[in-house]
Design a protein around this ligand. Structure first.
Ligand code: ATP
Ligand code: MG
Length: 581
């Protein structure tokens, strides 16, 4: 390919609206252009890499027994109503209307469509197991599209759905996908690690996310270097001990705490009540209903754990500035800072308490009277708790629940997700099969997603330097960039360049020849910005010495005789390629 015949609009300046390095490089290297927030056009270099990632995914999915299909992006809302997600996923569903004013949904994911297909096509255990996948555009009404392709409104996903006759079969399908994902990311030159994950709105009971460690990621992962436990913070647990039990003391006693409305202020003089002897009381609105959540003063509530356990679809802290919420504080009798669950909690309100508070005595909590707290509170004696469970967010340094070594926390980008779904969708959408003994059963499902476009950007986020992108060979838009330093159609640099282009292309190498009439400095900068793994410099000075320069993107220049240039590049290519199989 000649540089002048493709389209690589590189930028010298960093676009001001791109906050993270991968987003800046996508724009600067001319891989994508923004139409509007969350919507991007892939330009030739971006598209070539996208197709390569797709191809790696396709090969590994096929190798793992996946069957490729292509489902419609436009879907009838009825199947979403049937699965129950018309409501639960309404936050991300794009809805459109046709000329007859009938509503349609743009697919954010395809469990409903594939399960409808399975319901009509799969009748017998003899047809199972099956794992269908597609690589297709998804639409999500993200509240905050940002970071370029990382969180877009329209993006490319590989999604797969397995159907099995039994739980064991579903587990085996899950394991095959988990292993395929490991191979896919390795082949893309991306370091991605599986971590235990929350199952969220999709539902189901077992899940891992594949995470790329990066400061700019939107997830926190807790991990243990000793035993390799790793989990999304939404799910992570630690071995932190419970609040030390003390003898059951006297009845709760109210005492004045004027102006002390934070855990910290009560921990200081004159009160001196350690944070872990205080009960923090949070008023939450869960699916429209007020509830109380109790955690230790020192702890942070983990909303994902709360939602996972209670099944709440929406949960948010009650807000004193919101008049409908303010009523709930009036019912309790106090504003945040003096809230508690010992008295004046309506019987209809549920009270959820963190497991680590179980058995705690001699605790201090708000008295539901502004400016007062209660001491000597025994949570089990004095508070009506509806349910106890793990509600807190783990912190770095807490002991690992498995091996007691200190946990670490780091930011990461989620590039893939594997889920064991069970029979949630097959039951709702009637995907049943007849077993060997003639009895009907819902198929046991799994679903498996990879953000193809997000993966592309994650590779850049993980692999770049001050000069630009450093593509792993397997996904580079071109493997080699030939750079004649003097543009003159008849000159030796261009003639030799064209000859090498033909020879290397014939050897299966993807080559771009920079035939632009530009200064060497401009060409070098552009090829480094776009990140081609190898550049072949054809300069008059070195050619006069009978040599060409091979410059790997991140290695030193090597001078080789003209006659050996093609063979050297081919040898380099095969050595490099071996790293990604
Ligand atoms: P996130 O928590 O980042 O919103 P998700 O849990 O909603 O992700 P899934 O529904 O599991 O994501 O989708 C599968 C994959 O699709 C994700 O692992 C991610 O790589 C990708 N993905 C999800 N949402 C987006 C988006 N808005 N833009 C680009 N890729 C996305
Ligand atoms: Mg999402």
């Amino acid at each position: 390919m000649l540089w002048s015949q493709t389209f690589i609009p590189t930028l010298k300046e960093t676009p001001s609206d791109a906050e993270i390095v991968s987003h800046q490089l996508l724009l600067r290297a001319g891989l994508i252009r923004k139409l509007t927030g969350g919507l991007y056009t892939f330009l030739p270099m971006g598209l070539r890499t996208l197709r390569k990632i797709e191809q790696i995914i396709r090969e590994e999915m096929n190798r793992a027994g996946g069957i490729e299909v292509l489902m419609p992006a436009l879907q009838p809302p009825e199947i979403w109503q049937q699965s129950g997600r018309y409501e639960t996923a309404s936050g991300v569903l794009f809805k459109v209307r046709d000329s007859a004013k009938k509503e349609w949904v743009l697919g954010p994911t395809h469990e409903e469509v594939i399960t409808t297909l399975a319901a009509s096509e799969i009748n017998s255990y003899r047809q199972l197991p099956k794992n269908f996948y597609q690589i297709q555009t998804k639409f999500r009404d993200e509240i905050r599209p940002r970071f370029g392709l990382m969180r877009a409104k329209e993006f490319l996903m590989k999604d797969a759905y397995s159907f099995d006759t039994s739980d064991e079969g579903a587990m085996a399908s899950y394991k095959r996908m988990y292993d395929a994902y490991t191979r896919i990311f390795t082949r893309c030159g991306l370091q991605a690690f599986p971590v235990e994950a929350d199952t969220g709105v999709i539902g189901g009971n077992y899940s891992h996310e594949f995470m790329v460690p990066a400061e700019t990621g939107e997830n926190d992962v807790a991990y243990c270097e000793a035993c390799h436990y790793a989990a999304n913070i939404e799910k992570a647990i630690s071995g932190l001990p419970k609040t030390a039990a003390r003898d059951l003391g006297p009845e709760p006693e109210q005492f004045p705490t004027p102006g002390a409305i934070t855990i910290e202020s009560l921990a200081k003089a004159p009160f001196g009540i350690p944070a872990n002897r205080q009960i923090k009381t949070l008023v939450y609105i869960a699916d429209g209903q007020p509830v109380l959540i109790l955690i230790r003063g020192y702890d942070q509530l983990n909303e994902s754990k709360f939602m996972a356990r209670t099944g709440a679809i929406e949960a948010r802290p009650a807000d004193v500035k919101n008049p409908t919420d303010l009523v709930h504080f009036t019912t309790l009798g106090a504003l945040p800072g003096s809230l508690g669950a010992v008295r004046s909690v309506p019987l209809t309100w549920k009270v959820f308490a963190d497991e680590r508070l179980r058995g705690a005595n001699e605790m201090t909590t708000g008295a539901n009277s502004d400016g007062f707290h209660l001491r000597n509170v025994s949570i089990e004696r004095d508070i009506r708790v509806s349910d106890w469970f793990d509600l807190r967010t783990v912190r770095a340094g807490e002991p690992c629940a498995k091996c007691a070594k200190p946990l670490k926390i780091r930011r990461a980008i989620e590039v893939g997700h594997v889920f064991k779904l069970g029979t949630k969708y097959s039951e709702k959408l009637n995907a049943t099969f007849v077993a060997e003994d003639g009895s009907p059963h819902p198929a046991v499902m799994g679903c498996y997603g990879i953000g193809v476009s997000r993966t592309l950007q994650a590779i850049i986020e993980q692999s770049n330097d001050k000069d630009g992108i450093i593509w792993p060979l397997s996904v580079a838009p071109y493997h080699v960039c030939i750079t004649p330093l003097n543009y003159s159609p008849e000159g030796q640099p261009m003639t030799l360049g064209l000859q090498l282009l033909a020879e290397l292309t014939a050897a299966g190498i993807e080559v771009i020849l920079d035939d632009r009439d530009e200064r060497p400095g401009v060409k070098f900068k552009d090829s480094e910005l776009v990140g081609f793994p190898l550049r072949v410099n054809l300069g008059e000075k070195s050619l006069a010495k009978g040599e060409v320069e091979l410059k790997p993107r991140t290695g030193p220049v090597k001078c080789v005789p003209i006659a050996e240039a093609a063979a050297e590049v081919i040898a380099w290519f095969h050595t490099e390629k071996a790293h990604y199989v």
